[in-house]
Design a protein around this ligand. Structure first.
Ligand SMILES: NC(=O)c1ccc[n+]([C@@H]2O[C@H](COP(=O)([O-])OP(=O)(O)OC[C@H]3O[C@@H](n4cnc5c(N)ncnc54)[C@H](O)[C@@H]3O)[C@@H](O)[C@H]2O)c1
Length: 170
C-alpha cells in the first residue's frame, strides 16, 4: 500500500512495485484514477487499515542538512526517522522491517512548488550544478530503493535510513 501514490514519488513507487509483480493499492487524498486507487486521507486514523510485512517511510534529506524557513517540516521529517528506528526494534521479532528513505532534490510537483515559493535558495538548475551526480533526482530513483527494501531478501535490513540524494548528503 503506497500512501500519497497519486503524484510524484509515490506514483513512481506504485508503478515500480506493480512492475515488480506486487499487487499495489494507493491511498491518496487526490487519487489519479488508476486501478486500486482509493481516496483516503492518511491523517484520518479511521480511514487507514493496519500495515504489515515491510514498511518504508519517506522522510527527507533536509533531516541531514537542515533547511531554512522549513523548520517545522524538517522537525517532522526527523521525527519520521526516529519513528523508523523505534518501530524497527518493536516489530523486528514479528519479521516486519521498518526503514526510511530520505529523498533529496527529486523533481516532482512538490519540488517545483518549493522553487516557485523561493524556498530552495536558488533555481533547480543551480542546484543541479552543485549536485555530485549532476542531475535532479527522479521519482523512479526513490522507487528503486523502495523496491529493494521490500524484497524478502532484504529481511536483515531494518531501522536504516537510506539516503537517495545524488550524493548531496553523505
Ligand atoms: N521531491 C523532493 O525533492 C522531496 C525531498 C524530500 C522529501 N520528499 C518527500 O517525499 C514525499 C513525496 O513528495 P513528492 O515530491 O512526490 O510530492 P507530491 O506533492 O508530488 O505528491 C504528494 C502526494 O501526496 C498526496 N497527499 C498529501 N496529503 C495527503 C494525505 N493527508 N493523505 C493522502 N495523500 C496525501 C497528494 O495528493 C500527492 O498525490 C513527501 O513525504 C515529501 O516530503 C520529497
Amino acid at each position: 500500500m503506497v500512501t500519497g501514490g497519486g503524484s510524484g514519488i509515490g506514483k513512481a513507487v506504485a508503478a515500480r512495485l506493480r512492475k515488480d509483480g506486487y499487487q499495489v493499492a494507493v491511498f491518496d487524498i487526490a487519487p489519479s484514477g488508476g486501478e486500486l486507487e482509493y481516496k483516503v486521507d492518511v491523517t484520518d486514523r479511521a480511514q487507514v487499515d493496519a500495515d504489515w510485512g515491510r514498511i518504508v517511510n519517506i522522510s527527507s534529506s533536509s533531516t541531514h542538512s537542515g533547511q531554512p524557513f522549513m523548520s517545522s517540516y524538517v522537525a517532522a521529517k526527523s521525527g519520521v526517522n526516529g519513528l523508523t528506528k523505534s518501530l524497527a526494534l518493536e516489530y523486528g521479532p514479528q519479521g516486519i522491517t521498518v526503514n526510511a528513505v530520505p529523498p533529496g532534490f527529486v523533481n516532482t510537483p512538490m519540488l517545483r512548488r518549493a522553487e516557485g515559493k523561493g524556498l530552495l535558495g536558488g533555481s533547480i538548475e543551480e542546484h543541479i550544478e552543485r549536485t555530485p551526480v549532476r542531475r535532479a533526482g527522479r521519482p523512479e530513483d526513490i522507487a528503486a530503493a523502495c523496491s529493494f527494501l521490500i524484497r524478502e531478501e532484504a529481511g536483515y535490513i531494518t531501522g536504516q535510513i537510506l539516503g537517495v540524494n545524488g550524493g548531496r548528503n553523505t
